[in-house]
Design a protein. Structure first.
Length: 288
């Protein structure tokens, strides 16, 4: 506003300031997109990053959301390539952006256009996630969700310091195809895959317990700040990375995900899927 006050007529100052801010927001979001897509690890991988958005209603929040989507729709470089990272996740919420007339409905429409043209953003239902888990938290990446957890001593929900130790996904349609319509064979293969997943998750916990701070220095410094685990940082090379109880799967859960439930239902149940909800089918999987 200082430049506006110095050079712009009073009746146009706010409009000028908003236009300049809008351009700065767009440039910043574009810089972020290009920085991430030109930064590679020693393995040649783009950093696995996620941007969750959709709930902001202020003018600046709306401009940031629109800039993220417009930049993704435009694509990268002269060839307008589709960026894979940062992964975009847009949240839908009743009364906010779901129906015509909601304050952010226009942004939701832009998100749908972007998803159609560029694969992302993925869409989350705020109300349903809160109904199922008790609170709303956006995922870390594509599959790593964190359910609500309350400290039994204080009764208050805890978010800081929590994480997922690992994600394993079961591809149900693949099992169904292997079974070729044989339900007994389907459950047999399913149990074999579940045993493999169980072993993988236990191995993940065991390996995580062996990790040292020097394996992930930046993450370790954050843990030091949060938990005050060390008096000095000199012992970081030898101290265990997780000195908290790592086996508490409620505070630090392991994730097992079932993929493509509806498609699997259609195949396994031979046309009877219309009479069975995905919730019922999920319970059937868990019972096995």
């Amino acid at each position: 506003m200082k430049d506006a006050e110095q050079w712009i007529a009073p009746e146009k100052r706010e409009e000028f300031a908003r236009a300049k801010t809008k351009k700065d927001i767009y440039d910043a979001m574009q810089a972020l997109e290009y920085e991430i897509n030109t930064l590679y690890s020693s393995q040649g991988q783009t950093p696995f990053t996620t941007i969750n958005f959709g709930l902001g209603t202020s003018w600046i929040s709306r401009e940031i959301q629109k800039a993220i989507l417009k930049i993704r729709i435009k694509g990268l470089g002269k060839e307008h390539r589709t960026a894979i990272f940062p992964k975009l996740i847009f949240t839908l919420k009743r009364g906010l952006n779901l129906q015509p007339g909601d304050p952010n409905y226009d942004i939701k429409q832009l998100a749908l256009e972007c998803s159609t043209k560029r694969m992302y953003p993925d869409l989350l239902m705020y109300d349903k996630i809160k109904e199922i888990t008790g609170s709303f938290k956006t995922p870390m990446g594509c599959r790593s969700f964190l359910q609500g957890w309350k400290d039994p001593e204080t009764g208050k929900e805890v978010n800081s310091g929590r994480m997922n130790l690992g994600v394993v996904t079961v591809n149900l349609p693949r099992i169904a195809l292997e079974a070729q319509g044989d339900k007994e064979l389907f459950w047999q293969i399913f149990q074999e895959k579940m045993n493999i997943c169980h072993t993988a998750l236990k191995y993940r916990i065991a390996r995580t317990k062996q990790a040292k701070p020097e394996n992930a220095p930046l993450k370790s410094l954050r843990i030091v700040e949060q938990l005050f685990l060390w008096d000095t940082l000199d012992c970081m090379k030898s101290a265990p990375l997780f000195m908290v109880q790592i086996g508490n799967t409620i505070r630090k859960p392991m994730i097992l995900q079932f993929r493509l439930l509806r498609r699997c239902m259609n195949f396994v149940l031979s046309g009877k899927a219309k009479k069975v909800t995905t919730t019922v089918f999920t319970q059937l999987l868990l019972n096995h």
